[in-house]
Design a protein around this ligand. Structure first.
Ligand code: ME8
Length: 652
C-alpha cells in the first residue's frame, strides 16, 4: 500500500486518555538480527501472545505486532563477520526469528522488518515532518558511543568503564550529525508521566525514567554519515546521512499500522512490552518523538526483568543462551509457556532452570490440573458410564465452591490488567486446587456406594466438570493446544467459550459424553533429569586447521579385503595383515592387536590409505595404513562397509 497517500493525522494534544474501549494493540521489541532467538526473546514474544489471546477471549479487537530490527552498525558488523552482505544476512536471521515464532505457535498478526519499503516510507515521512517543524538541526557531536546498545552513553552511566546495557566498552566518536531537539520535550514528558502513574510500569521503571528526566537529556543525534554507516534509511532532505537505528526502529510500532491503513483502528491503544535493557529509548526517545511528530502517546510501556542463567543475563554476546525450540520440543510448547509466565514476577529478574521448569510442570500441571482431569473423567466413567449428569439440589458446600470459582475470571482479569502474570496463573491454579479439595471433601467414592446418594453424586460430578470447563477457558491463552485437548476429553469442545463463559455456571449440557484420552501432562522423572543435567558437558571438539578439497584429494583411500591376520613376531600391540586391493596384495601392519582377535578380521572389507609411503614397523614392511576410530574411553573400531563392496574401489 502506498503510505504517502494518507497524510499523518494532525497533531493532537498530549496523551489520549482512554483509547477506544475494546481495542488492544500489543508489541514486542523488534529484535536485532545479529544472532538467533533465545529464551529472552521467546519470553517477551510468548507473553505478548498470551496477553493478546486473553484480550481476544474478552471480546476485544486485538492486534499483535512483532518483527526484526535490521539496520545499524551492530547488524552491519555482524554481517561482515559472517562474510555476507547486510541484506543477505538480515534475510537469513529475520527468517529464523519468524520460523521460530511459527514453530512455537505464536499468533502474531504482523511481522515487520525495518528493511521493508513500507517501513522506510513512514520513517522518512515522520523525519520530514519533524524537520519541517524545526525540531531537527545540524551540529557537531563528540562523545562515547556504544555499538552494542547502539547509542551514545555518558561518562556517568558507565559501569567499570562499560556501557550498562551491553556490558561493552564504548568508543569515542566525533562527527557532524543531525539532532532532534529532544530536550525541548523534557518538561512535557515529565509532566505527562507524573500525571499518568501507570503509563510506564511497574513503578521501578517509571521512577527510572523520571530520574533520567530530572536532569537535561540533551538533544538526540538522529543521523550517521552514510560514508561511515551506509546501512540505514537515508534522510529525506540529505542523502549523505542515514537515520540513526533507534529513531528508525521505534517507528516500526506505527509504520506497521500506517502501511496497512490500520492506525486509526489501533493507535494509540498500544501496549509495548520490553525488557529493562531498552527502557531509555522507549521511555524517553519514543514519547518525545511521537510528540514532535504530532502523534498521541502509547497507552502503556510494560517492562519486564531479565531471564538469568546462573545469575547472569542471558545474552547473545555472553553466549549463555538457552534455545527456546529445544525446550519447547522436550517439554511441550504449552507447558513451557506456562512455566515462563508462572515463574517470572513481571518487572523482576528470574533465574532460568530446566529442573525448575520440570518441577513446575509436575506440581501444577501433572499433579494439580492433570490429576483433576483424570480423576473426574475416571469417576464419570466408573459411576455414570462416561456421561456427565445434571446437578441435583445444591448444598452450601457446593454454593460456596461455585461462588469462589465464578469470581476467578474477575481476579485473573485484574491480575492481567496489572501485568501480574504470575499471580494470574496462581489464581487459576488456586481454583484447580480448590476443585481437588472439593472432591476430597465431598468423597464421591463414598456417595457411589449407596443408591440414596445418587443425586448428591450427580451434583459433585457435574460441579467438577463445570470447574474444569472454566479452568480450561482461563488457561486457554497460555496453553491453547492443551486446553482444547482437555475440552475434547470432557466432550465439551463444541461449546463456545469467552471469558464471560468462565464466570457462568451450568453450561455443560447434561448428557455430554466424555472421551478420556492420554494424560495431558505426563509426569517428568526428576531423578533421571537431575542425572542428565549433572552429567559433565562434553568438551568442545578440537579441530585441525581447515584444508581445501585439493588437499584431501591427495589421499588415496581404497577398499581392501583382509586375507589373513597374524600377531607381529616382535611387538605385542601389532597385527600383520595381508590384504587384497583388487589385483594387488599388500602387507599392512596395524596397532590393533589389543582390540581384535586376528581371526575376527579375516574376510572384512576395510579402508586402506593406499598411497602412504611404506615404512618398516619392528622389522616388517607396512605398505599402507588402515582406518579406524577410537573413542574417549579408548575403544577402537576399524572402518567397514554397510554393504558388499568390491576391493580396490576408491573411497572418497
Ligand atoms: O534491543 N531476559 O533488540 P534485542 C528477558 N532491536 N528478555 C530478554 C533477554 C533476557 N535475558 N534478552 C533479550 C533490541 N530479551 C532492539 C529493540 S525496539 C524498537 C528495538 C528480550 O534483540 C527483551 O524483550 O537486543 C529485550 O528488551 C529484547 O529482547 C532486546 O532485544
Amino acid at each position: 500500500m502506498d503510505t504517502t497517500e494518507t497524510p499523518l493525522p494532525e497533531p493532537k494534544e498530549g496523551l489520549s486518555e482512554s483509547p477506544e474501549q475494546g481495542t488492544f494493540y500489543a508489541t514486542t521489541p523488534i529484535f536485532y538480527v545479529n544472532a538467533e532467538p533465545h529464551i529472552g526473546h521467546a519470553y517477551t514474544t510468548i507473553l505478548v501472545d498470551v496477553v493478546t489471546r486473553f484480550h481476544r477471549l474478552k471480546g476485544n479487537d486485538t492486534y499483535f505486532l512483532t518483527g526484526t530490527d535490521e539496520h545499524g552498525e551492530k547488524v552491519a558488523k555482524a554481517a561482515a563477520a559472517a562474510g555476507r552482505t547486510p541484506q543477505q544476512y538480515v534475510d537469513t536471521i529475520s527468517a529464523q526469528f519468524r520460523n521460530t515464532w511459527n514453530q512455537m505457535g505464536i499468533g502474531y498478526d504482523e511481522f515487520i522488518r525495518t528493511t521493508e519499503e513500507r517501513h522506510k516510507l513512514v520513517v522518512q515521512e515522520i523525519l520530514q515532518r519533524v524537520y519541517d517543524n524545526g525540531d531537527i538541526f545540524y551540529g557537531e557531536y563528540s562523545g562515547l558511543y556504544c555499538v552494542g546498545a547502539e547509542r551514545f552513553v555518558t561518562e556517568k552511566e558507565l559501569v567499570d568503564g562499560k556501557c550498562p546495557d551491553s556490558d561493552q566498552p564504548p568508543e569515542y566518536r566525533s562527527e557532524a550529525n543531525y539532532f532532534f531537539r529532544m530536550e525541548n520535550y523534557r518538561p512535557w514528558l515529565r509532566e505527562t508521566i507524573g500525571r499518568n502513574p501507570d503509563l510506564i510500569r511497574p513503578d521501578r521503571y517509571r521512577n527510572e525514567v523520571l530520574a533520567i528526566l530530572r536532569e537535561p537529556i540533551g538533544d538526540l543525534s538522529i543521523s550517521r554519515p552514510a560514508s561511515r554507516v551506509p546501512w540505514g534509511i537515508p534522510l529525506p532532505w540529505d542523502e549523505d546521512h542515514v537515520c540513526y537505528v533507534w529513531f528508525d526502529a521505534l517507528i516500526n510500532y506505527y509504520s506497521a499500522l500506517k502501511s496497512q491503513g490500520l492506525e486509526g483502528r489501533y493507535w494509540p491503544a498500544v501496549n509495548h512490552f520490553i525488557a529493562k535493557d531498552i527502557v531509555k529509548p522507549h521511555g524517553v526517545f519514543w514519547p518525545t518523538m511521537l510528540k514532535a511528530a504530532g502523534l498521541p502517546l502509547y497507552k502503556h510501556l510494560n517492562v519486564h526483568g531479565y531471564w538469568l542463567t546462573g545469575e547472569q543475563k542471558m545474552s547473545k554476546s555472553l553466549g549463555n543462551v538457552v534455545r527456546p525450540l529445544s525446550l519447547q520440543q522436550k517439554y511441550g510448547n504449552d507447558a513451557f509457556r506456562y512455566y515462563l509466565l508462572r515463574d517470572m514476577t513481571f518487572g523482576l529478574d528470574a533465574n532460568f532452570g530446566e529442573l525448575a521448569l520440570a518441577e513446575r510442570i509436575n506440581s501444577d500441571l501433572a499433579n494439580d490440573l492433570g490429576n483433576l482431569l483424570n480423576r473426574t473423567l475416571g469417576m464419570v466413567g466408573r459411576y455414570r458410564r462416561g456421561i456427565v449428569p445434571a446437578a441435583g439440589t445444591l448444598e452450601p458446600v457446593d454454593e460456596q465452591f461455585i461462588a469462589h470459582q465464578t469470581e476467578l475470571p474477575e481476579r485473573v482479569g485484574r491480575a492481567f490488567e496489572r501485568v501480574q502474570f504470575d499471580r494470574a496463573m496462581e489464581a487459576i491454579l488456586d481454583g484447580v486446587r480448590a476443585t481437588n479439595r472439593y472432591i476430597s471433601d465431598t468423597e464421591p467414592w463414598q456417595l457411589a456406594k449407596a443408591e440414596e446418594s445418587a443425586s448428591r453424586l450427580d451434583t459433585v460430578l457435574n460441579t467438577a466438570v463445570e470447574a474444569l470447563r472454566c479452568a480450561s477457558i482461563l488457561l486457554d491463552p497460555v496453553m491453547p493446544a492443551k486446553m482444547s485437548e482437555l475440552r475434547e476429553q470432557l466432550g465439551i469442545d463444541q461449546i463456545p467459550f469467552t471469558l464471560g463463559h468462565a464466570a457462568q455456571w451450568g453450561l455443560v449440557p447434561p448428557g455430554t459424553v466424555t472421551r478420556p484420552g492420554e494424560p495431558l501432562f505426563p509426569r517428568i522423572d526428576l531423578k533421571a533429569l537431575e542425572t542428565e543435567l549433572s552429567a559433565p558437558e562434553e568438551p568442545p571438539l578440537k579441530h585441525k586447521d581447515e584444508i581445501i578439497i585439493d588437499e584431501f584429494a591427495k589421499l588415496e583411500l581404497r577398499v581392501a579385503t583382509v586375507l589373513s591376520a597374524e600377531p607381529h613376531p616382535d611387538a605385542d600391540k601389532l597385527l600383520v595383515l595381508k590384504v587384497k586391493l583388487g589385483p594387488e596384495e599388500r602387507t599392512v601392519v596395524a596397532g590393533i592387536r589389543q582390540h581384535y582377535q586376528p581371526e575376527e578380521l579375516v574376510g572384512k572389507r576395510i579402508v586402506i590409505v593406499a598411497n602412504l609411503k611404506p615404512a618398516k614397523l619392528r622389522g616388517v614392511n607396512s605398505q599402507g595404513m588402515i582406518l579406524a576410530a577410537e573413542d574417549a574411553e579408548g575403544r577402537l573400531a576399524v572402518v567397514t562397509f554397510d554393504r558388499d563392496m568390491r576391493d580396490g574401489s576408491v573411497v572418497r
